[in-house]
Ligand binder design. Structure first.
Ligand code: M6R
Length: 605
């Protein structure tokens, strides 16, 4: 949801900013811009993907060692050159990049207009350079502090001024921002990959912390300009983890990284015959928990649906799963024995973060499953479970989802191990099977060819249905989301038994139905549901375990996945669905890693 980068140092800012933006493009890619300061500020902005900005920059003199850049996901004002960031003050001496939303911008704007300020864009952000200029009295930091006191909403800001060319001022509130620490050069960025080529040492900022970034120094201060000391965080992955590494797209690379990602999630947490120990959770910390709420958005929500079944089946603790944007406004009944678990790959999703804060206000214990070390949810939750999947760059989540599933199984086993809801031997069996999943997912990746062939058959469809019962239904939801977000094919997931209550009216000759049927106990029921649509002419693609041999004649195409226990089948079943979506999108010529209208990290409500 918009990416920010800033540089001050000994080298040319332009190339560093453009390179940094290329690593942040997953956050928004409808327009981009940079400002470079060399006595005067020169700003170049371009609608569309970053490459448009890069070619525009070739024609402009952008020498200078200080600059800020931005890649945009539009909220206020359509994507256009004018609405792109950076935004300038009236004098042109102050330039600002912003990630977030200024909720009271209309009021601020009308006051500024009364003061004679002329606005050129339709954005909420443009109030910022004008306000900073109005508040400027010889000290840029003071002007920024004063300005932020007037703001409502979320923001990560990078600011440069011709009057103070030796610094970048930055601040964050409810939008991510990190500081990269170099040698004779320093950086700000929305995310670590943007600066990883230059440094692995960073400061992770908290809300309402201001940064005075100079070539040779970085100082953090609060609203009263008291200095804040911060430990240096050493990044434990390198630049190559955030590259395509020979794959055509990040998405397919990340799909293929799943066996390793699962190993990293399991690592040091699960071992045969041993109790599960979770970082920083004491033996008694969760013993009084009588109810769990899982709260998340999108793909992470789908992982939560699988988590519900795992936790309930193994520990007997009742679980509700909520979409974060609904949870936060529906007055959920919460108390101190409720654990609110948020799941978020980025750890910055605005609604998920708000849900976490709401849970804390109600005195609940909070638990975050996230992939990003130091992210907002990881810092605000009482307990954190890092999935350690490595950076996920493609907008469509794959390895983050699969590792969220693993995290949820581990959590379910953890909650179950001191209860007698199911026999210990059952827990041991689940644990043993969990440890086989890296290999089984490697096997499941061999469905690649089959998925590609089916993609060739179905890529011209305009409506595709996904069907499943039990956990297969939760996976169907994820498969359907994956397909629609990257291929733009309309798709609906349904519980097998629900179709006849209305949606079956949409089935006609040739309608493609992806039918998941992985659970022996539900197999017969699911086959009846499949027959109901076959009778109406549907074209069935079945996702079935190897072990299912008596499969009848309902399927037009079958993809076989490795056998596992039904509880863990979502892990293997999702793999061909990810591949299918990928190949359908490729066949349609879609921009797989950067689908239209989307952004990786949704830091606005
Ligand atoms: O970073 P988060 O896990 O909080 O993100 C949640 C959703 O925005 C995300 O999963 C989204 O649905 C993905 N594009 C799905 O592929």
């Amino acid at each position: 949801m918009c990416g920010i980068v800033g540089y001050i140092g000994k080298n040319g800012a332009k190339d560093i900013l453009l390179d940094g933006l290329s690593k942040l493009e997953y956050r928004g890619y409808d327009s981009a811009g940079i400002s470079v300061l060399n006595k005067k500020i020169t700003t170049v902005k371009a609608k569309g993907q970053l490459k448009n900005l890069v070619s525009k920059c070739e024609k402009v003199d952008l020498n200078g060692n200080v600059g800020i850049g931005h890649t945009r996901w539009a909220t206020h004002g359509e994507p256009s050159d004018i609405n792109s960031h950076p935004h300038l003050s009236m004098s042109g001496k102050i330039s600002v990049v912003h990630n977030g939303i200024i909720e009271n911008y209309e009021e601020l704007k009308s006051n500024l207009i009364k003061d004679g300020v002329k606005f050129v864009s339709e954005t909420d952000t443009e109030v910022l350079p004008h306000l900073i200029e109005k508040n400027y009295n010889g000290d840029l930091l003071d002007a920024v502090i004063k300005t932020t006191k007037a703001l409502k909403g979320s923001y990560a800001l990078g600011i440069i001024s011709e009057d103070e060319p030796d610094k970048i001022i930055a601040v964050r509130k409810d939008s991510p921002l990190i500081v990269g620490l170099g040698n004779g050069e320093n950086f700000i960025a929305s995310d670590i990959p943007a600066i990883l080529k230059h440094t692995k040492e960073v400061y992770l900022l908290n809300d309402n912390e201001f940064v005075i970034l100079k070539k040779d120094s970085v100082k953090l201060v609060d609203f009263d300009k008291n200095e804040i000391k911060r430990d240096v965080y050493k990044v434990d992955f390198d630049d190559t983890a955030a590259q395509k590494g020979g794959f055509d797209h990040f998405m397919i690379k990340e799909i293929y990284e799943q066996p390793q990602a699962i190993k990293s999630t399991l690592n040091a947490r699960v071992a045969k015959g041993e109790k599960i120990v979770l970082d920083n959770i004491g033996a008694d910390d969760l013993k009084d928990i009588s109810r769990v709420f899982i709260v998340a958005c999108g793909t992470a929500y789908h992982a939560g649906l699988v988590g519900k079944t795992a936790i309930e089946r193994l520990s007997g603790i009742p679980v509700d799963v909520d979409i974060a944007s609904e949870f936060r406004y529906r007055n959920p009944i919460l108390d101190k024995n409720t654990l609110v678990m948020v799941i978020s790959q980025s750890g910055e999703t605005a609604d998920t973060l708000a849900a976490l804060r709401l849970a804390k206000e109600h005195g609940c214990k909070t638990f975050a499953i996230t992939n990003v070390v130091g992210s907002s949810v990881s810092r605000e939750a009482d307990f954190v479970f890092y999935t350690h999947a490595g950076p996920e760059i493609a907008v469509a989540s794959t390895k983050a989802y699969i590792t969220q599933l693993i995290a949820l199984y581990i959590f379910a086993l953890y909650m179950a191990q001191d209860k007698n809801y199911v026999e210990k031997s059952v827990l041991e069996d689940v644990k043993s099977e969990l440890l086989t999943l890296p290999e089984k997912v490697k096997e499941a990746l061999k469905t690649d060819d089959a998925a590609k062939k089916i993609a060739d058959d179905i890529y011209k469809e305009t409506d595709i249905f996904y069907l499943g019962r039990g956990l297969d239904y939760a996976v169907a939801m994820e498969g359907s989301l994956k397909l629609k977000e990257i291929s733009y094919i309309h798709s609906e997931p349904y519980a097998g038994g629900e179709l006849k209550h209305g949606p079956i009216a949409l089935i006609e000759k040739g309608t493609v139905v992806i039918a998941l049927n992985t659970n022996n106990e539900l197999k017969g029921k699911m086959e009846s549901n499949i027959k109901e649509v076959v009778t109406r002419g549907a074209y069935i693609v079945g996702i079935l375990p190897e072990g299912f041999t008596d499969i009848g004649e309902s399927y037009d195409k079958i993809i076989k996945i490795p056998d596992t226990i039904p509880l863990l089948a979502p892990v293997t079943a999702v793999v061909p669905l990810q591949l299918l979506s990928y190949y359908v999108a490729i066949k349609k010529g879609c921009n797989v890693d950067k689908p239209r209208n989307l952004a990786k990290s949704v830091t606005v409500e």
